[in-house]
Design a protein around this ligand. Structure first.
Ligand code: AKG
Length: 277
């Protein structure tokens, strides 16, 4: 993570890493979704509150991609410990972090609804936070959102209030519901292949999708090694398919604990198991 990236993430609460995925990685992920279109369900997290501006058709959602049959699961498994992502996670969480929730993808067509702004705001929440101490940042859960289609300014999709991971006052309801000060909910432009990283403590949500092309965003969430935010892979025994993963990918699926934990080195491949780190 460069000094520029650290600065931007620190003041904004989010960061765009341009051209993170190569064209062939984007193509493999999109091909997997296209081949499994019938598995798309409705967004289970739909919440527009009492907003009149966020309403629309339900968004599409994919989940369970890690368990799809070969070859479709493969591009999703490759993202678990992507060698380019590992240095960002080591910087944000310190060494030792893990996948939180199962990955899912948000798809939207013109007229799809938005989602109210959320995030802990002024409360200290031990699972969603941002702190800077002793020359280093530490984050609660962070989200890696891979864009598989362009998001132009104003298209809709992910939005956030930049800098709000350091907010002191609660976000007023009319802003949460996108009824006032709409420009505050910044719709972050990206190109297909870009990676948008945001801290879950940054006030964020979704703006209704207005573009004629489809929204395709793929989300992986990571928490520090001692923390689990939501249900998912916090099992004490792994499912059989985990044997097909590399040691680094398996390390990402470990349950929350510290002592004798497998830690992924910055090269994204080597795994070490120090007694304490
Ligand atoms: O990208 C989006 O549409 C919103 C995602 C979101 O709210 C979340 O990941 O918590």
């Amino acid at each position: 993570m460069t000094d520029r990236e650290k600065y931007l993430f620190d003041i904004q609460g989010y960061l765009v890493v341009k051209n993170f995925l190569a064209d062939d990685e984007v193509a493999r992920l999109n091909a997997a979704f296209d081949a499994n279109r019938d598995r798309m369900g409705e967004d289970g997290n739909s919440n527009t509150g009492k907003s009149t501006t966020l309403v629309g058709a339900k968004r599409g959602m994919f989940s369970g991609m890690l368990t799809w049959e070969h070859p479709w699961c493969e591009p999703f498994r490759d993202l678990l410990a992507h060698p380019k992502a590992v240095p960002y996670l080591n910087e944000m969480h310190g060494r030792g972090w893990r996948m939180d929730h199962a990955p899912f993808a948000l798809f939207a067509r013109t007229g799809a609804e938005g989602l109210i702004l959320h995030g802990p705001g002024h409360h200290f929440d031990g699972s969603q936070y941002y702190v800077y101490k002793n020359g280093q940042m530490r984050c609660g859960m962070v989200v890696f959102q891979y864009q598989l289609a362009d998001v132009n300014a104003g298209d809709g999709g992910f939005c956030c209030v930049p800098g709000s991971h350091k907010a002191n006052y609660p976000c007023p309801r009319e802003i949460v519901e996108w009824e006032s000060d709409q420009e505050l909910a910044y719709n972050v432009p990206c190109k297909a292949g870009d990676l948008l990283i945001f801290n879950e403590a940054t006030t964020h949500g979704t703006r209704p999708w207005t573009a004629s092309h489809e929204r395709r965003s793929l989300l992986y969430r990571y928490s520090p090694k001692y923390l689990h935010f939501a249900g998912g892979y916090h099992q004490t025994s792994f499912p059989d398919w985990v044997d097909e993963l590399t040691p680094a990918q398996r390390a990402v699926l470990e349950p929350p604990y510290i002592y004798n934990r497998p830690l992924i080195e910055d090269d994204g491949v080597s795994v070490v198991r120090p007694r304490r780190d």
